[in-house]
Design a protein around this ligand. Sequence first.
Ligand code: ZN
Length: 143
Amino acid sequence: MTVFRAALRGWRYAWAAPCSAVGLLLGLVAWLCGATVRVRAGALEFGGGRAGALASRLPAPCTFSAITFGHVILGTDHVTLTAARTHEQVHVRQYERWGLLFFPAYLLSSAAQMIRGRDPYLDNRFEREARALAAGAPSRPTC
Ligand SMILES: [Zn+2]
């Protein structure tokens, strides 16, 4: 790895660090509730335990199987994290591009979709991009 690539990689982690800090706090809670932690593809993955079971039983729209905050991915269990890794890694790249701005950008995209009568999750531009790239197809923003 060249010095430039190492510096760029360090910059991406630093730029996304505020979001990763949120993920680490949530991951700490999950870990205290029995989750285990693994490092995969440059991200920490927290899975399992009582918090994972609770996340899968939350009512819609709060339920989730995996969610990403910077370089931290929280999942209901490690089997789910493995299945969702490609999609969640797209979100990691999005955090590396947007940094702390990812939170308001994501919410604004969901709000824009709701105003248009669309699904705030499925039609969110970041989710569409993640699904498209995870499926190997180019994304088509419609906003
Ligand atoms: Zn997603």
